[in-house]
Design a protein around this ligand. Structure first.
Ligand code: FAD
Ligand code: DHB
Length: 391
């Protein structure tokens, strides 16, 4: 079969790209290796930047997000048993963020695509892409026990960090930049109303902790743990005790406990692949770059890639010019490296590396004190967190 754009991967990047292409009148086929239930339940990110919300609204995908998403005007940082609030609108000229789970965003985009009657195949595993340097690249995949091929004008690799589309680019054309962190996140979902109105990022002598939420009735919490930690090795009580110790502040704040319904450990890593385009293959989202989750940038970068890529493909479809496609990689890499820096900054400022020296801890605390003391320092954090405008 044939299509204009073969979209590999039905995560946020692939689904949003497909929505934008559909609206621009460009046909595409989305191939997703997992089943629908799996991609709709996979517990991941929870924060949408202003720009991501704007993009979803502009393509008619924000109805439920506008009804159910929680608007957040700031975050709280905690260290030295004290809290300090960072106010986004006053520091960024009115930008704010939204708490809306990636699972819900993915459900919304899948429902819209199926309602449009547009092709989205689950259980369709891509095995290879050939002809990246020709005008007719081919996506090879297996579906319902059969080997199939999809002939395309362009192939969008939205297939995540372990994706295969990237391997269609000759190794000598690619550079990968990577950093692995000496700690992981233990994430839990709990049936208990959040103990805060806004997210809390805590630096503590016992390590980092984050209090987030999924709804007024469901909390999402994370603990820094050593790499290789087995999530089954902790009791619910141990998890709550550790969270309570890390969030502890002087004064009356209390952490409410409830049943833990999901738990998982995820390693922290930064990685960037350059370039994000080679021939007729384009990469978007985690397929090209991953960030440690501390800055909440992963999902937002994936969405921004999709917006810029859709615009470039629309220009090509309308006029035949590849100017915007030619500019895609450089434009996105500039934004990607900004997010890499911010995510690295948030991660290394808030976590305690194993064996970290007291000198390094003093530097972290000085940086946090600086953010509390100076609107300029706070604005630097706020602008990056709430999201920089798309270029
Ligand atoms: P993905 O969501 O990974 O989607 C890629 C899709 O491609 C998947 O559905 C996959 O099944 C499919 N696929 C892969 N290979 C193939 C193939 N060969 N053929 C067909 N389909 C294929 N970010 C945060 O900001 N906060 C968080 O707390 C957070 N937690 C995370 C936890 C985990 C475990 C992970 C992995 C990521 C987390 N992230 C988090 C990052 C964020 O979720 C990602 O940046 C975001 O999902 C990127 O979207 P994407 O569409 O590029 O990739
Ligand atoms: C969530 C995850 C993050 O990495 C983050 O920085 C904020 C919130 C979340 O899953 O809710």
């Amino acid at each position: 079969s044939r299509t204009t754009v073969g979209v590999v991967g039905g995560g946020p990047a692939g689904l949003l790209l497909a929505r934008l292409l559909h609206q621009a009148g460009i046909d595409c086929v989305v191939l997703e290796s997992r089943d629908r239930g799996y991609v709709e339940q996979r517990q991941r990110a929870g924060i949408l930047e202003q720009g991501t919300v704007d993009a979803l609204r502009a393509c008619g995908a924000a109805e439920r997000l506008d009804a159910e998403g929680l608007v957040h005007d700031g975050i709280e940082l905690r260290w030295n048993r004290r809290g300090h609030r960072i106010d986004f609108p006053s520091l960024t000229g009115g930008r704010r963020v939204r708490v809306y789970a990636q699972t819900e965003l993915v459900k919304d985009l899948i429902a819209l695509r199926l309602a449009d009657g547009a092709p989205l195949l689950f259980d369709a595993r891509v095995t290879a892409v050939t002809g990246a340097d020709t005008d007719r690249p081919v996506v090879h995949y297996t579906h319902q026990g059969a080997e199939r091929s999809l002939h395309c004008d362009f192939v969008a690799g939205c297939d995540g960090f372990h994706g295969v589309v990237r391997t269609a680019i000759p190794a000598e054309e690619l550079r990968t930049f990577e950093r692995v962190y000496p700690y992981s996140w233990f994430g839990v979902l709990a049936d208990v109303p959040p103990s805060c109105d806004e997210l809390i990022y805590a630096h503590s002598p016992r390590g980092f902790a984050l209090h987030s939420m999924r709804s007024p009735a469901v909390s999402r919490l994370y603990l820094q743990v050593p790499n290789g930690t087995d999530p089954a090795a902790w009791t619910d009580g141990q998890i709550w005790d550790e969270l309570e110790a890390r969030f502890a502040v002087d004064g009356g704040w209390r952490l409410a406990r409830g049943p833990i319904t999901q738990r998982a450990v995820l390693p922290l890593r930064s990685a960037v692949t350059e370039p994000m385009r080679w021939g007729r293959v384009l990469l978007a989202g985690d397929a090209a770059h991953i960030v440690p989750p501390t800055g909440a940038k992963g999902l937002n970068l994936a969405a921004s890639d999709a917006v810029v890529l859709a615009r470039a493909l629309a220009q090509w479809a309308a006029t035949g010019t590849t100017a915007a496609l030619d500019a895609y990689s450089d434009a996105r890499l500039q934004a990607v490296w900004r997010a890499e820096h911010f995510s690295w900054f948030m991660t290394t400022t808030l976590h305690s590396a194993p064996g970290q020296s007291p000198f390094d801890t003093r530097l972290q605390l000085s940086q946090l004190d600086r953010i509390a003391a100076s609107p300029h320092a706070a604005a630097e954090l706020a602008e990056n967190y709430a999201g920089l405008p798309l270029v």
